[in-house]
Design a binder for this molecule. Structure first.
Ligand code: FMN
Ligand code: FE2
Ligand code: FE2
Length: 398
């Protein structure tokens, strides 16, 4: 049975949830599923804005049918060709042979790559600023390259002042009996997952997100319809401000993220000592993670939240402990910027992890990696204990 539901008078949410998916993009753990949003906008001509992941394919088709209520489908707008939104495009087009596919030139190419030439004659290419009128509604297309993929565009509908924002403003998490962010306690229950989604999925693309925000600033926006998670119609400025901070790599809050890698517990002990030193120095918020326990996506997310970071790692076969290496690789891959970083290494015969962590971080812009790495030989002693206090001071004061 369909679960299509109205988002506004003529805008019907036709998406669905996947609560069985363990890893989004086969990489990011999900604890509360994910939603694939798509929208039917009813008018003289009916429009479907994006399709959905194949995991919800059958339900998605039922939802479209219910939303159209016997009407025809005239257009399918393809904003993003990633399969979580486009895998069912061919199924939809087969079901509605009269529908034209509205897509950017880059998206049109990808349609060919994923599906062959079958849809070629039905593609209506659009470029920046093009307008599609469907009766009372007027859709304007704005390119948003690299707000996840190069072919991405977003769509602004003038009459309802709705921004269909593609992956931007999305979050992990299923929408369960509600649709809008104002129907839940977003800040308490969703913000951490929204940040983790941003940091890991879009985090690398701060400049493209900035370009999109600048375009959006010129629009009167009454509603944001993203492709994942809750929709927005209240408090939009609050969420845009989060995006403003994240996309400029501006820390959201004062605080320190501590990530450590430890085999026998001595590096972990140094992390605990460092945390208490920071507390005594007046640091109010500290988030601490064992990199072998917590998935890097959560730790990376905390790095977008806080301006100060500490990495502590055992030396492992003359290198960085593997889980820490993975985390730092992620930091680099997401081009994190504008952070102050403290480093602690440990090794029983030839500690080298500090030097190597510094090397990984050295390629990143505006990273203030504090000069003195604390180098522990197996376990803290009076000397390294004092050095750790100094490091805490440097981090707290910076
Ligand atoms: C598989 C393995 C490889 C290691 N390789 C090195 C090494 O190359 N150089 C070194 O100084 N210590 C090496 N160590 C020792 C650890 O780095 C050291 O005992 C550890 O940092 C102590 O801190 P922990 O209690 O937090 O694990 C190795 C330990 C293990 C288990
Ligand atoms: Fe995407
Ligand atoms: Fe997506």
């Amino acid at each position: 049975m369909n679960c299509a539901t109205k988002a506004a008078e003529q805008i019907v949410w036709v998406g669905g949830n996947d609560r069985r998916l363990n890893l989004f993009e086969n990489a990011y753990p999900l604890t509360n599923g994910v939603s694939y949003n798509a929208y039917v906008v009813l008018d003289d001509k009916n429009v479907l804005v994006d399709t959905a992941d194949k995991a919800i394919g059958d339900l998605f088709l039922e939802n479209i049918e219910a939303a159209l209520n016997g009407g025809r489908l005239d257009y399918v707008i393809v904003q993003h060709m990633e399969p979580d939104h486009a895998a069912t495009l061919m199924r939809v087009c087969e079901r509605y042979p009269e529908a034209n596919v509205v897509a950017s030139a880059k998206a049109a190419d990808m349609i060919g790559q994923f599906f062959g030439d079958g849809l070629k004659d039905r593609i209506q290419p659009v470029k920046e600023g093009d307008v599609l009128e469907t009766g009372a509604h007027k859709f304007t297309f704005m390119m948003a390259p690299m707000v996840h993929w190069p072919e991405v565009m977003v769509t602004y509908e003038q009459t309802t002042k709705t921004l269909f924002s593609a992956d931007a403003f999305g979050t992990f998490g299923a929408v369960s009996g509600f649709l809008f962010a104002d129907e839940v306690n977003f800040e308490r229950d969703w913000l951490d997952e929204a940040r983790r989604y941003y940091a890991n999925i879009v985090g690398k693309y701060g400049a493209p997100v900035q370009a999109l925000l600048k375009k959006a600033a010129g629009l009167e926006i009454g509603m944001i319809c993203p492709l994942h998670g809750p929709l927005w119609r209240e408090n939009i400025a609050w969420y845009v401000d989060k995006y403003q901070k994240w996309s400029t790599y501006t820390p959201e809050e004062e605080g320190v993220l501590i990530a450590y890698a430890s085999v026998y517990g001595h590096t972990e002990n140094a992390a605990e000592v460092l945390a208490m030193d920071l507390r005594e120095l007046g640091v109010k918020k500290i988030a601490m993670y064992d990199v072998s326990v917590t998935h890097p996506s959560y730790i990376l997310s905390e790095m977008f939240r806080f301006g100060k970071l500490a990495f502590l790692s055992s030396t492992y076969n003359s290198g960085i402990f593997p889980a820490m290496e993975t985390l730092l690789h992620d930091v680099k891959a997401h081009a994190l910027k504008k952070r102050t970083v403290a480093l602690v290494e440990n090794g029983s015969w030839a500690p080298t992890s500090g030097k190597q962590m510094r090397e990984v971080l050295s390629g990143l812009q505006n990273m203030n990696v504090l000069e003195n790495t604390v180098s522990i030989r197996s376990a803290l002693n009076a000397d390294t204990r004092e050095q750790l206090r100094e490091l805490a001071r440097a981090l707290a004061e910076n």
